[in-house]
Write a protein that binds this ligand. Sequence first.
Ligand code: 6PG
Length: 250
Amino acid sequence: MTPSAAQPQVVVLNGPDEVAARAAHEFAARARAAISQRNCFAVALSGGKTPTRSFELLASPRVAGKIEWPRVHFFWGDERCVPPDDPASNYGQARMALLDPIRAQDKSIHRMRGELEPREGARDYTALLSRFFGGGPIFDLVYLGLGPDGHTASLFPHSHSLEETSSSCIASHVPGNAVPWRLTLTYPALNAARAVVFLVTGADKSDVLHRVLEGPRDPASLPAQRIAPSEGALIWLVDRAAAAHLQAHA
Ligand code: 6PG
């Protein structure tokens, strides 16, 4: 019988700094456990503005010294189809805030190649994941954000990427977006993770967070609703501003 997905754990914290601190704590704790059990910690980072503070905390001397970085392998939940040195690159953002400060080794960095033709980039990343994991990916930790329209990673409302059930990575066209082509992990890849941690802060997310967590189930319109690790933990780290409309978790 397929195990039912774990109930989401919603943690309401004072503000963005507390969310970042708790995110860094989750990273460090899960890295220690994974490295002691499997000598490796595979983490998928998200893009957007929210994770930057937690990246900077992880790179701070107080935290960085507690993590065995050579055993940490960095992946991405999604990427914009731009070169790695483009300001819009999620890899480039993590490079500046975390990878360079901790002197991450090239062999530990597995970026999505946004410079390729999108479908080729998706095939390339699916193959990379298959080689690394010896099959479908099982990340120890996936960080995700939540867009105002309910998207997560680059799984956008009513997009064909929501229906992908075999490839781990797919090219997603987002009409009207400044960077219209994206690469994104798919639901099978995300929901196989041992832990998925959403970081959601700010009053501008209060409405969508309420709809995703407490509104009618409508994953085609709110793709974040279909994030449900089959055997892993699902944790929402949110601040009070984002949680303002939550009934059950106020
Ligand atoms: C991206 C992200 C995207 C992001 C949300 C929230 O590449 O932009 O992966 O899914 O997490 O849009 O973004 P903010 O953290 O900037 O609100």
